[in-house]
Write a protein that binds this ligand. Structure first.
Ligand code: BTN
Length: 329
């Protein structure tokens, strides 16, 4: 159930900058005009720019670009994802850690954690994920899919498709997926996915899908070691973007892709994945633990396994690893 503050913001957003009178507000929301005034002040304190004028009422000039629950709730278009519990934190160690704790306490599928910043943002293979405040998206989603542990990577690959599609649709970017789950724009990383699986006997109990998207960060704000290899939506488009709108577009696309996985099966997701991949047919090397394989990527099959052909005609089926392209675009 949205709070009254969320409903006030929703109504202002629905008016798209037009005036809403105090009477209109109080009859729609069933609360007094002084209560409306109190909620408007609270929204202003959160950083939303709201104009008020006698006889006219209120109008929203600009929403705060902050990950506030009422702004997200007012924009969200999903049925389940983000509808039950949406925890928005100013700062946390890692949204994955928070979401895992909620899942362990029984949080339902679709629970979402969002943070403004993370002080121990985690990447794949024990790496860190740079997570400064106010610039990017850091979110984790709890799922409870009916899958065996061996099938759990389906969720990671499905998420890659959802993130790439979101960037194509939201910002007209040519987003590509590097196996298994890096999202790239012209070869530079814009988003990463960290999936953590918890099993119960021989089935998955829950999966926490962590997604980080570089949104408004500039190259100068990034640590030196990633300045050449990372990008952001702003760097790629030349424009500042509303993080709340992008998060809601992401959750919407994520729900669609997850529903598709459940209704049409994993091969349908893999067909989309291959269309968005930037490595099929490319010479690469793949680091798997302490071993390096070199060759051309023949495909990523319907089980999400990377099929690599080496120079001597050998075929390698690779289940997980780090891919590096040998020829740059
Ligand atoms: C990678 O490419 O290495 C994966 C990066 C995943 C980063 C996200 S940000 C939200 C969530 N919380 C974390 O600590 N990590 C993931």
């Amino acid at each position: 159930m949205p709070t009254t503050k969320e409903r006030v913001l929703s109504e202002l957003m629905a008016q798209q900058g037009a005036w809403v009178s105090g009477e209109q507000f109080s009859s729609q929301l069933g609360i007094s005009r002084s209560a409306i005034w109190k909620h408007i002040n609270a929204l202003k304190n959160d950083g939303h720019e709201i104009q008020s004028a006698p006889k006219k009422g209120y109008r929203l000039q600009r929403t705060a670009d902050r990950m506030l629950p009422e702004a997200i709730a007012a924009t969200l278009t999903t049925q389940r994802i983000g509808r039950n519990i949406l925890t928005c934190l100013e700062q946390t160690d890692s949204t994955n850690v928070e979401a895992k704790a909620l899942a362990a306490q029984g949080a339902p599928e679709g629970t979402v954690v969002v943070a403004e910043s993370q002080n121990q943002g985690r990447g794949r293979r024990g790496r860190t994920w740079f997570s400064p405040a106010g610039r990017n998206i850091y979110t984790s989603i709890v799922l409870r899919p009916i899958l065996s542990p061996a099938q759990a990577p389906q969720i990671t690959l499905m998420t890659g498709v959802a993130v790439a599609k979101t960037l194509v649709r939201f910002a007209s970017l040519e987003a590509k997926i590097k196996w298994p789950n890096d999202i790239l724009i012209h070869g530079k990383k814009i988003a990463g996915i960290l999936t953590e699986v918890s099993t119960d006997m021989d089935m998955v109990d829950h999966v926490v899908v962590g997604i980080g998207i570089n949104v408004n960060i500039s190259a100068q704000e990034m640590p030196k070691d990633i300045q050449q290899t990372a990008t952001s939506v702003r760097m790629a488009t030349g424009m500042h973007h509303c993080r709340v709108a992008l998060l809601c577009a992401l959750l919407d696309q994520f729900e669609r892709s997850y529903n598709r996985l459940k209704s049409s099966g994993f091969p349908a997701i893999m067909a989309q994945w291959r269309r968005m991949s930037d490595i099929i047919g490319q010479p690469v090397y793949v680091d798997v633990m302490d071993k390096r394989y070199q060759g051309v990527v023949a495909t990523v099959d319907d089980d999400g396994v990377l099929i690599l052909k080496d120079a001597s005609g050998g075929t390698h089926r690779i289940f997980s690893g780090d891919v590096t392209r040998l020829r740059k675009e």
